[in-house]
Design a protein around this ligand. Sequence first.
Ligand code: NI
Length: 210
Amino acid sequence: MALLKIARIGHPVLLAPALAVDDPCAPEIAVLVTDMVETLADADGAGLAAPQVHVGKRVIVFHVPPARHRASRYRDAGLDEETDAVPLTVLINPEIEPIGEETEEAFESCLSIPGMTGRVSRHVRIRYRGLDLAGEVIERQAEGFHARLVQHECDHLDGILYPQRMDGLATFGYVEEMTLPRAADAADDAADDAADRAGEENGEQNGGET
Ligand code: NI
């Protein structure tokens, strides 16, 4: 196992489309994934894509810590709110399909753009599909933070960083310089923002950078 160096915005590997993995069961993919998982944990992040560690292959790893999902979303999805975490997942050659037209904005951050955050619109609900290390198909429906996270990570495989998804740069900035909305009396949207921001600013609590 090894901690890998994370590429930061500006490095060309982050802008290049990654190549499909021919054999998900190949030993070098297992080594890559092991190192990515260790690197992600060390960085307190929620997700990591292979190009972020200078490897141009279509591999992502991610997990959704329990606090990231609102129970209502899980009830809507018919899932058990007691199991509102997504365990560490390895997806090789992932594909995404939006479910419905609904989008929502929330703040994102990225391990390749340390210390910064910006508001990005994403599909609320998606279906995603990919292979695990055994070559078995993983297919899930996701919504909310889970869906956002997978969209963010898959963008990395196409050479897209979240600022490229922003409508403008007015909400892009250093986390430390930006005012965190308070959830207590806020409208639903603002409460979402607060939760998202809290997660992005403190990976140990809620989620972390991706
Ligand atoms: Ni990222």
